[in-house]
Structures are given as C-alpha cells and as structure tokens.
Design a protein around this ligand. Structure first.
Ligand SMILES: [Zn+2]
Length: 356
C-alpha cells in the first residue's frame, strides 16, 4: 500500500506498481531480496516501506526505463499500465540471478498445452507460457461478455481455426487449451482498448474470489482507468488486504480511502486489470517464510515440490493425452467432432466456477 507522488504524469506506474505489490507473494519475495544489488535495493526498499509513508517511483522509473531502453512519457501521453507492469516484471527478472530469478518468474507463469486436431483426428500440441491473461470482452460474434465467468469460458472454449494439418490436407483444426501450471499470481487484463485506442467501458461482474480450473484465487489488486481512450485519463489502484479483505483506494499520494463493499464492487466492475493471488498450500508456505532469509528451508522445499510437480506434468504433454477430465482416451479411438464438442462443453461447465 504505497502512497506515491505523481510529479510527471506517472499515475500508470504508481497504479501498476501498487497492484503488483498487492500480492503478498510478490511483496514478501521482494522485501526479502539480498542486499547486494543497488538497483534491486530500490525495489526491496519499496516492498518494505511502511503503509502511509509517502514516496515516489522516480528511481524505479529510471531503472525500468534504462533496462527496457524506453523513453517513457516522451510525448507526454498517458502510458499503458499493462506495459508498465510487464516492463517492471522483466526488469526485476533480469536483475535477479539463478533460483531467485526462476522463483520470481514462476510467480506469474501460466503454462498451457494447446492442442490442434484436424477432422481426421490428427493431433499436434504446443506449449504456451503467459505472464498475464489478456481477455477479450467480446466473443467471436461480437456479443459483449459482462462477467468474468463468461469471459473466461469464452477464452478457454474450444474453437475452430484455420490451420494446415501436418499429416493430411485438412486446412482447419479444433483448438483447445489446457492449463498445466497455474500461476501463484494471476494477472488479468481486460482488453478495454480497441485498435484505435478507444475504450470499451462495459461493466464486468467479478467477485473477490476466483476459481480457475483446479486453482483458487483471492483478489488482491485492481487497476482502474478513468477516461475515454488509452492515451488520456488517469489510473488508480485498489488493494485488498490478504488477511482482512479490507479494500483501500490508492490514488497517487492521497491518503488511502477505505472502500465499503458496494464501492469495491463498483470499482471491480470498472477494472482494467485485476491481480489475484493463489490460496491454499501456497498460503501456508508463505506464512513459513521469513523476511530476512530468501533461502529458508520452506522456500527451498516449495521450490523442490514445484519442480517435481512440473516434471510430473510432462507426462501430460505426450501426444496421447486428450484434455478430457476423468477419462483417458485410446489414441486410436475414432472420435467425432460432436463427441469432442460435448466432452469439452461438459468439462468447461466445471472448469470455471466463480465464487462471489
Ligand atoms: Zn489431418
């Protein structure tokens, strides 16, 4: 919960940094970084700052600009908060070494297997890694989707696409996506800005809890954009306390405003970005972590467990694997498209469950 001065139109950086640091995983990690790198010390200092103390991102901003070779604010236009978050993540990542670097990037990485299947059932698979989910607000037929539930269902839905089969002459394929590794910190961006940079101001219903496949998430950060297009307007952030669930509006250096439930609901509906943190076993590991020692046994144990889980996941990536829950298909079994469609539909209905 940072109160950040805005000397030079940097509300995008203020809001983005607050949203990213709203995750207890990220803040604990950054505040426990070793004191051996000048640039990382800036990040470490920010993560350790007392609530309500006013500071600014001038130093951090310079480090990110230098690392990404970007001249932010060159033409005094509003920058995209999403771009700032990515640049900040990448900057921190490049300054880290070895296990710490891997730990940090692992927080955000969502790994999926994309399966393409032609009508003769020839399959090919690729692995996809995302640092954040960029979610369209309209479906294929340009219907507006007005809840996170509908948006995620649409995003993960099986779809027919143009694609040449590597074995036969088929030019179309069914594309399906299966998440194999869930991120600890789930960063969602609503694609509110059109190619012409105009804004889709739809209100999107979302709760403070989210279930994605087998993982449960709690909302910790929100970024709201005020204004009619990407290049004008203002950003602010809201953080929800991990322990109490209390929500605070953080608008540059203003005193944080406590939000009532109905006010929080309204802010969520107008959100541009949402940051969720994974609950359950990770939360236990988090409480074992000590601030001073980033190489504590709990962290090492967590890493080893994650690695062994990941190597286990590779079994799922063999071509025989068909992403249908609770049923392993014989690869030679002939499958009609209708049958696949049904299997996926029934899976999808269980797949995304929103807890309000
Ligand atoms: Zn084929």
């Amino acid at each position: 919960m940072l109160r950040l001065e805005n000397p030079d139109n940097v509300c995008y950086a203020n809001a983005g940094t607050n949203a990213l640091l709203s995750s207890p995983f990220v803040t604990r990690f950054l505040s426990s970084l070793p004191n051996n790198n000048v640039q990382l010390n800036t990040v470490r200092k920010l993560a350790r700052i007392q609530p309500n103390q006013i500071t600014n991102l001038t130093e951090l901003w310079g480090i990110v600009a230098q690392n990404t070779n970007k001249d932010f604010n060159q033409d005094n236009r509003q920058q995209d908060v999403c771009e700032w978050i990515e640049d900040l993540q990448n900057t921190i990542e490049t300054k880290l070494k070895g296990d710490l670097q891997k730990d940090f990037s692992d927080f955000f990485q969502m790994e999926s297997t994309i399966t393409y299947k032609c009508y003769r059932n020839h399959k090919s698979q690729i692995k996809e890694v995302n640092q954040m989910l960029r979610l369209p607000l309209m479906d294929e037929k340009e219907n507006h989707l007005n809840s996170i539930d509908a948006i995620l269902q649409d995003y993960f839905q099986e779809q027919r696409i143009e694609r040449n089969c590597h074995t036969c002459d088929s030019v179309s394929a069914l594309k399906s996506q299966k998440i194999t590794t869930y991120p600890q910190v789930l960063v969602l961006q609503y694609k509110r800005f059109t190619r012409e940079e105009y804004k889709i101001a739809d209100q999107i219903i979302c709760g403070t809890w989210l279930k994605l496949g087998t993982a449960s998430y709690k909302l910790t950060g929100i970024v709201v954009h005020v204004g009619s297009s990407m290049r004008v307007g203002h950003y602010y952030a809201i953080t929800c306390c991990w322990e109490t669930g209390k929500a605070y509006k953080l608008n540059d250096a203003q005193f944080p405003k406590t939000l009532q439930d109905n006010e929080l609901d309204e802010e969520i509906k107008n959100a541009y970005m949402l940051v969720f943190s994974k609950t359950n076993e990770e939360a236990d590991v988090l409480s074992d972590m000590t601030i001073e020692d980033p190489t504590s046994p709990a962290r090492k144990k967590n890493r080893q467990e994650k690695e062994s889980m990941q190597s286990g996941d590779e079994d799922l990536l063999t071509p025989e694997y068909v992403p249908v829950r609770g049923r392993q298909r014989d690869p030679d079994e002939s499958t009609s498209i209708n049958e696949i469609g049904y299997a996926i539909t029934s899976q999808e209905s269980n797949f995304i469950e929103l807890v309000k």
